[in-house]
Design a protein around this ligand. Structure first.
Ligand SMILES: *[C@@H]1O[C@H](CO)[C@@H](O)[C@H](O)[C@H]1NC(C)=O
Ligand SMILES: *[C@@H]1O[C@H](CO)[C@@H](O)[C@H](O)[C@H]1NC(C)=O
Ligand SMILES: *[C@@H]1O[C@H](CO)[C@@H](O)[C@H](O)[C@H]1NC(C)=O
Length: 379
């Protein structure tokens, strides 16, 4: 029996054209005999007339082969601004590796969908449930560590969070977890300024945190942090303002062992949000244009910021005292405009996959190691 260990997830919020092109090309049915896949990649089409998860298999050298598109049972929707990023978020498609679950949002039907992944052949996914998200225009999801709970972020007219217990038959709303962000928003959401970006459980799982964008450094965004107990979420969130110079916190990538998160902010570069102290440290990056997404590589222990404007992936080291610094820039294809990204480990090596709406493609970056001077390589 083949053991496939690694899956990852991506979303195509916005590349409606490219995503649907890819989806339509996928008339290939799954060929199990040919399946030498080391993992799978997932993204959504976010189409209004029906949302689909597009599944690609990953070979040991990192290459992607598209396999199929699977209906989520809901509809997609784009925020009502133009641009490649239709959901203004990170983690609108998410995998829980150990439980072999995939969750996604259907912004057009205000629902979230949960799939099971075939551990032996991760290009096979099966819809378990599609349930109301607890608000409007859901755009991000988060699993807790053991995969027993799923929370959704909503950034439409009815905005906020809602959490669900994952049971054998699907998603059961958890009492006292539908909480408002009190944003003045619309359905579809009007962004990217003033929309919610992502939600995560803090590393110690005592908090649920949301990043909310402002617009410019004169109108900065904030973090909304709810205390989480056995009876649900505190009724009101604690607000932590984005520090001076920042404006649009866009991602939340947990820093293992630290109870803190790396936050990409296209206004300045990045922040480090410390859940323990309730403080945020801003870090300016010269020449960054749109650092919106962020990922972490288990193999290199490094963090990577995805700059959609400059088409650059930036490698960040975060030290023991939670000081972060950029140590390397990896140029992708010029103007490929990378957005949602994910990391996969294949054959002992990590790869970053980024949806690239500028070139209707997926950019793949092989991470050679944690050495300061080692180069990433495009595959
Ligand atoms: C976005 O949609 C809302 C609700 O339909 C509307 O009120 C708002 O004016 C729209 N904004 C833009 C920029 O189109
Ligand atoms: C955001 O700021 C820019 C630059 O000042 C301005 O042009 C734009 O109208 C602002 N957007 C919103 C939604 O306030
Ligand atoms: C991107 O453009 C710059 C300037 O034209 C050029 O030097 C560089 O080689 C290009 N990079 C790639 C990956 O195409």
């Amino acid at each position: 029996m083949k053991v496939t260990q690694y899956f990852l997830s991506l979303v195509s919020a916005a590349i409606v054209v490219s995503a649907s092109t890819i989806a339509q090309r996928q008339t290939i049915t799954l060929d199990k005999r040919a399946s030498q896949d080391a993992g799978a990649v997932y993204f959504m089409t976010n189409e209004q007339d029906g949302n689909y998860i597009v599944v690609g298999s990953l070979a040991n050298d990192g290459k992607v082969t598209f396999k199929q598109a699977v209906a989520t049972g809901g509809r997609g929707m784009h925020g009502n601004s133009t641009g490649a990023d239709g959901l203004y978020s990170q983690n609108s498609v998410l995998v829980h590796h150990d439980k072999a679950l995939l969750a996604t949002v259907n912004a057009g039907s205000h629902t979230i969908s949960l799939f099971s992944i075939d551990q032996n052949d991760p290009v096979n996914i099966r819809l378990i449930a599609t349930s109301p998200s607890g608000g409007e225009f859901p755009n991000s999801v988060a699993f807790n560590k053991d995969g027993s709970q799923l929370c959704a972020l909503n950034t439409g007219k009815a905005n906020g969070v809602g959490c669900f217990a994952i049971t054998n038959n699907g998603l059961q709303p958890i009492p006292n977890t539908v909480r408002s962000l009190n944003l003045v928003q619309t359905t579809p959401a009007t962004g990217a300024p003033f929309t919610a970006s992502q939600l995560v459980f803090s590393e110690d799982e005592t908090k649920l945190a949301v990043a909310v964008k402002g617009n410019t450094s004169d109108t900065p965004g904030f973090f909304a942090i709810w205390d989480k107990g056995s009876n649900g979420l505190a009724s009101a969130f604690k607000r932590i303002d984005v520090p001076s110079g920042g404006a649009r916190p866009f991602s939340l990538t947990n820093i293992p062992g630290k109870n803190a998160a790396l936050v990409a902010d296209p206004q300045i570069g990045f922040h480090i949000l410390n859940f323990e102290t309730g403080t945020v440290q801003a870090n300016a990056i010269n020449g960054q244009m749109a650092d919106c997404w962020s990922v972490r590589s288990e193999k290199t222990g490094r963090y990577y910021l995805i700059d959609a404007g400059a088409s650059i992936v930036r490698e960040v080291i975060i030290d023991n005292d939670l000081h972060g610094s950029v140590v390397q820039n990896y140029p992708l294809t010029n103007n490929s405009g990378p957005i949602d990204s994910a990391v996969a480990t294949l054959n002992g090596k990590d790869y970053i996959y980024s949806l690239a709406p500028g070139t209707n493609s997926i950019e793949v970056l092989a991470l050679q190691g944690a050495g300061l001077c080692e180069q990433g390589r495009r595959v």
